[in-house]
Design a protein around this ligand. Sequence first.
Ligand code: CO8
Length: 257
Amino acid sequence: MDYETIITETRGKVGLITLNRPKALNALNSRILAELVSAVNGFCADPGIGAVVVTGSDKAFAAGADIKEMQAISYADAYSQDFFVGWEEFTRARKPIIAAVAGYALGGGCELAMMCDFIIAADTAKFGQPEITLGVIPGMGGSQRLTRFVGKSKAMDMCLTGRMMDAAEAERSGLVSRVVPAAELVEEAVKAAAKIADFSLPSVMMAKEAVNRAYETTLAEGLRFERRLFHSLFALEDQKEGMAAFAEKRKPNFTNR
Ligand code: CO8
């Protein structure tokens, strides 16, 4: 499929999506949302793909929702169309998605990165929720996900002052999993995704589901959920293969069965 606002490619078992609205610093409009969701769904449906990387440009992962598209929207339209509800579909992807962030990840851009399973940041990355400076508040999950990532004090600071956080602070605060030199960002993210894609896909998907459950439920329920998933993995050939390979001191050959 031909896309206008993103570029898709495959690198081995990794699907790579590059946001591509350079003149608007990858501002997220309805078109980019539709294309991103379509690309992610396509990669999730492709049995040859085990993980996905979403990245932007050197200057901006994404500088937020498209302010020029949003500015004329009435309350009636925003409410009745449930404006931007489509982003929820992005979070329903079952294969892992890594955000590779360089430059600005602001507003909806920061929120998109947080919708991914983890964030690898270039040392040039800058995260922020500057919506307050526009007379609004985060609307794609920033007030909720940022608070879970970095805690109340820092999330309040970010959402109330609109200030940006650099890559080092983002790593210190738990927002990003690792920081790499900007020139190596995509290569490092694809390498991490390729490593994941080499594991057994059902166990990768269950690991993602189990970690995500930690955000949605009590500890006792989460532990029970994890244990039941763990038990179910013993029904897979990949569990037999993985453990046999360890005992036989060889590399496992997972077949996703
Ligand atoms: N929307 C639309 N266009 C943008 C955006 C944006 N978010 N960000 C940048 N652009 C455009 C600029 O208008 C400019 O276009 P033009 O050349 O036509 O004037 C071009 O990108 C380059 O930008 P700048 O000239 O401003 O570049 P600078 O290097 O000087 O500054 C900044 C870079 C600091 C990133 C600056 O562009 C900026 O502050 N951008 C806006 C950041 C922002 O406020 N983001 C939050 C947006 S609101 C949001 O994300 C809400 C999400 C929730 C929605 C949920 C709905 C339910």
